[in-house]
Each structure stands twice: as structure tokens, then as C-alpha cells.
Design a binder for this molecule. Structure first.
Ligand code: GAF
Length: 396
């Protein structure tokens, strides 16, 4: 049984090669720039990036690939291969209000325009094997890949953390999505060797050594996405801002909600609504769990790491209220199985995946049982993906 951070050989997926050939008669390697932009998982530290907390994400082998070449005309000719859609975007990019894939790309272009850059005419073909809406951040991969590409084409020499900040700005201002920085940061800065621990307040990050050699991380996709995720996410952000304001009234030196202590929260409990208090307690406890998880992972303690995953899930379910019946079912069924050290919902919530720490020899049995029970309960087929890590965004 190998460790579960397998290195992955990077090649453009065959269907993209075929598309490029059909489009122009040229082989992929005749296009001037090929970029691979990976999805991400998050081991622990959920919903606390926007509170300045610690998170432990990793970039994975599933990715969006971009092939680009210059055009003489002032436009971006964009082909979304997997959706079989082509859109032409005139340059310079004017304001847009949607949240379609083209808006994610346009938003990145606007960030560069706002820095005084003149965008070049481009033809871009993109696609890959990163599932949409499964909680592995296809949208961050789209943004990160585009930012990485433009940074090279324009010679702007932004660092990877700066590119992640640019992507976050695009999400927050252009797309009006109040998300944190974790997803884009992980996609751009991830490592093939293990997760990173990122301080979202300072953007300092370090690799984390994976000592869990006999265990695998298994993603189980619930195949559901609930409609309330968007407004609920924004409400969590607001509730955390309100909680921070209340904390700072008494403890002005606390700069981020994640940096508060449970004792400080208890001391100001009366000034917070019950909901805001529970949200804040979750945030502070989750931040502490990330610290403990770094120690547990490096020490190779599956029992302790699993315990932290389970505690994270309980907090997300009961205090932060971002889970859903399907995820709760998958999590509770999984942790009752022999060989599963821990599990939790992953990502923004209300659907998407659970992340499971599974003894590698038990992977197949665990999948078989979960598949059957989930089908019986929800009449849905969940899908499985044993996690393989791969490096962050790169030219290929
Ligand atoms: C989504 C957001 F985009 C991230 O910034 C993060 O908040 C995550 O939900 C929850 O941890 O993926």
C-alpha cells in the first residue's frame, strides 16, 4: 500500500488535443501556451478562510487545461470544450453582471485592465476532468488558470500569492461572491508532496508532511447541490463580521475572528445573538483544530486526525449549519465502518463531497458499502475519488 499523495504525470487530456486539432488543424503543442490549473481539496479548516483563519488545502490531479494563442483582432475567442460552447468577448472588457464561465474569465481580465494593462487578443480553448459543482473548486481553477496565463502573456510578474489575491478580488468585486482566498490560493500554490497550511490573514504558508502512510483520503461526491448555498454563504460571512465587531468592542487587539479565544467569546456572549455566538465558536474551534491537525498529520496519527475531521463535521453541521442530510448521512455511515478513521463534509457545503480518511486496504469495501447504502436511502449514486495530489498551476 502506497502513501496517497501520488505524483501525477501531466499531459493535456486527449479530448482537448482532438478539439484543438479539429479547430485549427494544429497539434496542441503548436499553440503558444498550455496551462494546467488544478482543483483542490481541503483537509481541514472549513469556512474560516474569510475570518483570517488557518486552512489545510491541497491541489489535486484533476484540473482545467488551457491552450492559448494570440489573435490579431481585439477580442477573446473562448471555447469551453466540455460544455461545447464558444463565446467571443470584445476587448477591452466592459462591465458584466453574470456568473457564467465567461464571467469568471472576464473578471480576471478586468483585474489586469484595472492595473493599466492592455489585454491582448487571444483564442483560448479550455476543458479538463475537474467535475463541476462537486466541491473541488472548478471555478477557482478557471480563475487561477486565466490569471496565470495573463501574468505570463503580459509579463506582469505577479507572484502566485499575488495572483490568488487578484482572483479573490475578481470573485468578490466582479462576480459579487464574498468567498475567501483558500481555493484560488491552493490551486495556484499547491504541492504534489502534501497539503499546505495557509494563514489566511497573512498569506504565509508552509508544506505539511504527511505521516499517514497507510491511509488514503477518499472523496465521496453526494451528487447534490442545494440551491440555498449562495445566500447562506454570504450570511455566514456577515455573521462572522458581526461577531468580530462585538469581540473588538471589548478586545480591540483581536484583528480576526479566528484569532479570538473561546474564553473571549464566552465573556461577550450576551452581546451576540445565539446564532452569531455559535458561528463564532465554530470558527475559533476550527482554527484550533487546524493547528492540532498539522501535528497529527505529521506524527502519522490517524486516530487523532480522524477525530479532528469528525469534530469539524459536527461543528459545520450543528453550529455553522452548512451541511445537508445527504452529507450527514455519508459522514455518519462512513465513520461507523471499519477502516474509516474520520470523515467530514468538505468545501462550502449544502452538497458536494465528503472527505474520508480510510485505511488503504479498506478502500474498496468502504466504497461498496457507502454506494449501496446511499442508493437505498436517497436513490442516488454517489461517486468516489481516492485523492491524488499534483502540483499547483503550471505551464505544461
Ligand atoms: C468555498 C469558498 F470559495 C472558500 O473561500 C471557502 O470559504 C470554502 O467555501 C469553505 O471553506 O469553497
Amino acid at each position: 500500500c502506497s502513501t496517497r499523495w501520488t505524483k501525477v504525470k501531466v499531459e493535456l487530456p486527449p479530448h482537448l488535443r482532438t478539439y484543438l486539432k479539429n479547430l485549427t488543424g494544429e497539434q496542441a503543442d503548436r499553440w503558444t501556451h498550455l496551462v494546467r490549473s488544478p482543483g483542490r481539496i481541503n483537509l481541514i479548516g472549513e469556512h474560516i478562510d474569510y475570518t483570517g483563519g488557518l486552512v489545510m488545502p491541497a491541489s489535486i490531479d484533476k484540473a482545467i487545461y488551457f491552450a492559448a494563442r494570440p489573435l490579431d483582432t481585439p477580442e477573446w475567442r473562448l471555447h469551453a470544450v466540455d460544455l461545447d460552447q464558444t463565446t467571443v468577448l470584445p476587448l477591452p472588457i466592459a462591465g458584466r453582471t453574470g456568473r457564467q464561465w465567461v464571467d469568471y474569465l472576464a473578471g480576471i481580465g478586468v483585474q489586469f485592465q484595472d492595473q493599466g494593462q492592455f489585454l491582448p487578443g487571444l483564442e483560448i480553448v479550455f476543458g479538463g476532468d475537474l467535475p463541476n459543482g462537486a466541491g473541488v473548486s472548478s471555478s477557482a481553477a478557471l480563475e487561477g488558470g486565466m490569471a496565470f496565463l495573463l501574468n505570463i502573456l503580459l509579463g506582469t510578474q505577479l507572484s502566485r500569492p499575488e495572483l490568488a489575491q487578484l482572483c479573490k478580488r475578481s470573485s468578490n468585486t466582479f462576480l459579487q461572491i464574498p468567498s475567501g482566498i483558500m481555493d484560488q490560493f491552493a490551486s495556484l500554490n499547491g504541492l504534489a508532496t502534501g497539503p499546505i497550511v495557509l494563514n489566511c490573514a497573512t498569506l504565509a504558508f508552509e508544506p505539511v508532511k504527511n505521516g499517514l502512510n497507510t491511509y488514503s483520503f477518499l472523496l465521496v461526491n453526494s451528487m447534490v447541490t442545494h440551491d440555498n448555498s449562495d445566500g447562506a454563504y454570504a450570511r455566514r460571512v456577515t455573521e462572522c463580521e458581526q461577531a468580530l465587531e462585538a469581540v473588538r468592542n471589548t478586545y480591540p487587539s483581536v484583528t480576526h475572528l479566528s484569532a479570538a479565544t473561546l474564553g473571549q467569546l464566552d465573556a461577550i456572549k450576551e452581546s451576540l445573538s445565539k446564532v452569531a455566538f455559535e458561528r463564532a465558536r465554530y470558527v475559533v474551534a476550527e482554527n484550533d483544530r487546524v493547528r492540532a491537525a498539522v501535528t497529527a498529520l505529521e506524527a502519522g496519527s490517524a486516530v487523532e486526525f480522524g477525530r479532528l475531521l469528525n469534530a469539524s463535521h459536527v461543528g459545520l453541521r450543528d453550529e455553522y449549519e452548512v451541511s445537508c442530510p445527504e452529507l450527514d448521512f455519508l459522514q455518519s455511515q462512513a465513520i461507523a465502518l471499519s477502516g474509516v478513521a474520520g470523515a467530514r463534509m468538505m468545501g462550502g457545503g449544502f452538497g458536494g463531497c465528503t472527505l474520508n480518511l480510510v485505511y488503504s486496504d479498506r478502500l474498496e469495501d468502504v466504497q461498496a458499502v457507502l454506494e449501496q447504502r446511499y442508493r437505498e436511502k436517497f436513490h442516488l449514486d454517489c461517486t468516489f475519488y481516492p485523492v491524488r495530489l499534483a502540483a499547483g498551476t503550471s505551464l505544461i
